[in-house]
Design a binder for this molecule. Structure first.
Ligand code: PHE
Ligand code: ZN
Length: 892
């Protein structure tokens, strides 16, 4: 929005629209250079609000004419608004004609072309780049859409809803008309036109209704859609079974596009996906890709109810649909995982992602609450806080009212609000009202602080055992750090799932003082609810001094300080019945050591007790390989950095690298054993059992190659190279390749060259090739130098978001040691790329700008150099709102 002025939008300023749009008839004459859009709408005054002129949103459009009830009217254009002062009091018809230029639309918001086809992206405010409209989620209309285009170039013409008419036209053109019976906000509108093919599946759902599922992709990609289709079918089945939410459309379409700003979009009946979130074959996609596709397909499908049938009143309520839908897709993935151990692995991965992305966000310049209070550019608020922390908030409802209580609450939510645009308060009220007297309903106002307070609460827990009285007193204390604009915080409602273990690992019964003998006497896990700044809980009949296992399953998104020492952590690592806390113990053992080294500036030397514990995990006869791989992985550098008030990224990296090298060498024989004994011999399947084995094999190989490279031994690098060449799936191939690249083994370059030659026609695989090099472990500045070199590679382009992310984001976001350089070259590179991207695609540029969120926590010389780079970006005239908001907040 470079023509207008940036305004701060406030949640408190919400007013209902002055007009409703009830129906809209859209006609598109599709042409890449100049597409003609004719819109005919039925409007009605909103009797509930004072009179005012009609103000429609429109950006980057060329207006041709405006008619009211068939007559031309006078209008004004101000900034991005089309204003009509004189409109009838009664209902009226508004007709607008305009053009837009899809092939010039590099921002990928609105109507654009990609690979010679047309696609749209309207969330959050892209519809106004197609035609003039009340482009806000609380205006819901019934759409009828006619598409006209050249038949040879665009044989497939799609929009939301049901196909009601097709026809052949003159001049080689054809027409398709679609009608969507469900009223929807403009952000859920979509059209697709191009030369695509579809995988199709007919299904009959529980209610006996037939549906057609279609996955549209380019010719040649069809065999990569099987997994997406299976995931879609599983999602339909799951939502009916778990929440009794059926598919409400005869036809449900999914389309892949290679130029896309995000993962995917839930347009009603016509989901549009980044190909990276849709296409998979064993030869081109890793286990992680298969897993991610399953969860994104599910996520978009689940939006059909949580987002589409009930939508958001305004964009401040974004987490109403996103937090809830992430929660639903996480629950789906867990249910799909089948075994308890595979469920735990899902949960661990989700929490790991939350801590690596959302915790740092909550501790930086962009910290905001799950329901933000203000924004300049809504695109900047599709964040880990709104999505992932939002999901944790929904999970806490479920923890507080129970699984059945939560399902009842969901049912009430849909009973009350189906077809409406509502707020987070409406959701909270429905869950509470469905569960009167519950731990939630009695504290609803306090619970809702999760929506209004930013920052990650700190939970301090200390236990005191009284041997004579056989009591264990657990004192819980909470504080939430100040965040920009929020100095003082009130206590939050924190559900603390816990168990107590005897030193020999036995689970102890949990009875609180004051409870009678029957209740709780045999329970070994329960949920305490902390709702004060400090509270003590006294457990009785505790026969020996226990080790508390707190926050089981990560029952609240907080940072826990339980003061446990190595001895206690080892009890949990070995015996906890909660797999999440077993993993957590492994991470804490590593974290304590890494933080110790970073804080004292001493080189890290891993002690025998830690190494033995890790060896025991690796060699454990019963633990799942997937779990072992997670427990033996060191904490993310971003998560470590978040625990420090002053961050020297090089010191963090040095400590992690030292820990890795020592783990590699001390456990060499064990890694070799793990590598040999976990090979998968059956045909490829991305299931949890196989993928768990591959994860452990790949981790082992990385350790073995690292150790061999450091000690000058050629055997393991040679084996890795052979494995890389012979691999029959991408997970194994990437595992071997990254082992070579990260160890900077001599064979790495020839493997990289070979990989590129083998996959040069596969864009998504070439993305992996760039990403691997951007994330490669840094030594002597080689990785940074290579990234700069790769920017000039003929396959590199800033125009394709996946490609830009694969190289630039890999370096700036996921490779702190290569990025944070004492000579500031990383920051100079960052500023250059933010500015270059901003001219092409502000959303992607804004995302890259966020890399500097926590610059004030950096140690010198990084801090001053970072400020200088941010200031240079901020000084550029003509910045997009996206980038300007980020850099201004950073400097505030
Ligand atoms: N609403 C999409 C989702 O989470 C994400 C998205 C936002 C996509 C904005 C494009 C643009 O499923
Ligand atoms: Zn979503």
């Amino acid at each position: 929005m470079r023509e207008g002025t940036a305004t701060l939008i406030r949640r408190a300023d919400y007013v209902a629209p002055i007009f409703w749009i009830r129906t809209v008839d859209l006609c598109f004459d599709l042409d890449p250079a100049k597409t003609l859009v004719a819109s005919k709408m039925r409007l009605e005054r909103n009797a509930a609000v004072p009179h005012g002129p009609l103000r429609l949103h429109g950006e980057e459009l060329n207006l041709l004419r405006v008619l009211i009830d068939g007559e031309s009217v006078s209008f004004r254009q101000e900034g991005h608004e089309l204003i009509i002062d004189n409109v009838p009091d009664a209902d009226f018809t508004l007709e607008i004609r305009n053009t837009c230029a899809p092939e010039k639309n590099t921002a990928l918001s609105g109507l654009y072309t990609s690979g010679g086809s047309f696609f749209t992206q309207c969330e959050a405010e892209g519809f106004r780049r197609i035609t003039y409209f009340l482009d806000r989620p609380d205006v819901m209309a019934v759409y009828t859409v006619t598409l006209r285009a050249d038949k040879a170039r665009y044989p497939v013409l799609l929009s939301n809803g049901n196909l009601v008419e097709t026809a052949t036209l003159d001049n080689g053109r054809h027409l398709a008309k679609w009608h969507d019976p469900f009223p929807k906000p403009s952000y859920l509108f979509a059209l697709v036109a191009g030369d695509l093919v579809a995988r199709e599946q007919r299904i009959r759902t529980r209610g006996g209704k037939d549906h057609l599922l279609q996955v549209y992709v380019r010719q040649g990609d069809l065999e990569k859609t099987e997994h997406a289709m299976n995931s879609l079918i599983a999602s339909v089945v799951w939502d009916e079974a778990r929440f009794k939410l059926p598919l409400d459309l005869e036809r449900f379409m999914v389309v892949g596009v290679s130029d896309f700003n995000m993962g995917a979009m839930e347009n009603k009946g016509l989901n549009i996906f980044n190909t990276s979130a849709l296409l998979a074959s064993p030869a081109t996609a890793t286990d992680a890709d298969f897993h991610r596709i399953e969860s994104i397909v599910a996520h978009e499908y689940f939006h059909n109810w949580t987002g589409n049938r009930v939508t958001c009143r305004d964009w401040f309520q974004l987490s109403l649909k996103e937090g809830l839908t992430v929660f639903r897709d996480q629950e789906f993935s867990q249910d799909m995982a089948a075994t308890p151990s595979a469920r735990a692995v899902c949960r661990i991965e989700d929490v790991r992602a939350l801590r690596a992305r959302q915790f740092p966000e909550d501790a930086g310049a962009m910290a905001h609450s799950v329901r933000p209070d203000e924004y300049v550019e809504i695109n900047n608020f599709y964040t880990a806080t709104v999505y992932e922390k939002g999901s944790e908030v929904v999970r806490m409802y479920q923890t507080l009212v129970g699984r059945d209580g939560f399902a009842k609450g969901m049912a009430l939510y849909f009973e009350r609000h189906d077809g409406q645009a509502v707020t987070c308060d409406d959701f909270a009220q429905a869950i509470a009202d469905a569960n009167p007297g519950s731990a939630l309903s009695t504290r609803l106002d306090a619970f809702k602080r999760w929506y209004s307070q930013a920052g990650t609460p700190r939970l301090r827990a200390r236990g005191a055992y009284d041997a004579a009285a056989q009591t264990f007193t657990l004192t819980l204390k909470q504080t939430t750090p100040a965040t920009p604009g929020q100095d003082r915080k009130l206590p939050q409602v924190i559900p603390v799932a816990l168990g107590l273990l005897a030193r020999d690992g036995q689970a102890l019964p949990l009875m609180l003082q004051g409870e009678d003998g029957a209740a709780g006497a045999t329970e070994t896990e329960r949920v305490l609810v902390l709702d004060q700044a400090e509270q003590s809980f006294v457990f009785v009949n505790v026969p020996s001094e226990p080790v508390p296992s707190l926050l089981r399953g990560f029952s609240a998104p907080v940072v826990l300080d339980d003061g446990l020492g190595d001895a206690e952590l080892l009890v949990l690592l070995t015996h906890d019945s909660d797999a999440f806390n077993r993993w957590e113990a492994s991470q804490r053992l590593a974290l304590n050591r890494i933080l110790g080294a970073v804080r004292t500036g001493q080189p890290l030397v891993l002690d025998a007790a830690y190494l033995e514990a890790m060896r025991a995990v690796l060699r454990h006869p019963e633990l799942d390989p997937a779990f072992k791989a997670l427990a033996l992985q060191l904490p993310d550098e971003a998560y470590i950095a978040e625990q420090l008030d002053v961050v020297d990224p090089q010191a963090v990296h040095a400590a992690v690298e030292a820990a890795q090298t020592q783990l590699a060498s001390a456990l060499q024989a064990d890694w070799a054993w793990a590598y040999d004994t976990h090979q998968v011999t059956a045909g490829y399947s991305p299931d949890p059992v196989q993928s768990g084995k591959r994860a452990l094999v790949n981790l082992s190989l990385a350790m073995l190659v690292l150790n061999a490279t450091r000690s000058g031994d050629g055997v393991w690098p040679g084996r890795a190279y052979q494995r890389f060449k012979d691999a029959t799936n991408m997970t194994d191939r990437m595992g071997a390749l990254s082992a070579l690249v990260n160890a900077q083994a001599e064979l790495a370059d020839s493997a990289l060259a070979r990989f590129h030659a083998q996959f040069k026609g596969e864009a998504l695989v070439i993305d992996k090739w760039f990403a691997l090099q951007g994330r490669a472990a840094e030594r002597d500045g080689k990785t940074f130098a290579r990234v700069k070199q790769l920017m000039k590679h003929p396959d590199f382009t800033l125009k394709n978001p996946n490609r830009a992310r694969s190289l630039i984001f890999s370096l700036a976001m996921f490779n702190p040691a290569a990025f944070h350089r004492a000579d500031a070259a990383g920051y100079v590179f960052w500023a250059d790329q933010v500015l270059a991207l901003d001219a092409i695609n502000p959303q992607v540029a804004g995302r890259l700008a966020r890399v500097m969120d926590r610059w004030t926590a950096l140690a010198e010389p990084y801090r001053s150099a970072a400020r200088e780079a941010i200031a240079r970006v901020a000084a550029k005239p003509d910045l997009s709102n996206d980038v300007r908001e980020i850099v201004q907040r950073a400097l505030a």
